[in-house]
Design a binder for this molecule. Sequence first.
Ligand code: DQA
Length: 143
Amino acid sequence: MIKTIHIINGPNLNFLGRREPGIYGYDTLETILNELQLNFPSVCFHHFQSNYEGAIIDFLQTHYETIQALIINPGALAHYSIALLDALKAMKCPIIEVHLSNIYQRETFRELSITAKAAKGVITGLGKYSYFLAVNYLLKLNE
Ligand code: DQA
């Protein structure tokens, strides 16, 4: 039974709202997380954001036994971090990868997500709703 969902955001996602708003919108990460909590009051969310690949890997390794479900927006790490892919592959829980922007509509180097290989599914291009749909899916696993 999934009651707790961990959300990890990678590099530069702490800068949402200020960072290329034409692509990522004006919502800050805090606003998105608050909205998620309001929409899913029964879920206990834990959030971790880092601009450092190693910090994210350390976080995953520290919590790999206890994380029930994971939503990750790896940011640019999605496109090149085999180390993050390996860490995600060690996880026991369902993983959904999300992206705010549509990675297939942008530069060609964004079209490949290496980390997606560890994910059950990928939701890309729906802005903050990428996170919302990921939560919906994870809760469906309880049915
Ligand atoms: C992103 C897409 C990545 O290509 C980019 O490096 C990001 C954000 C997204 O949410 O759309 O940092 O993951």
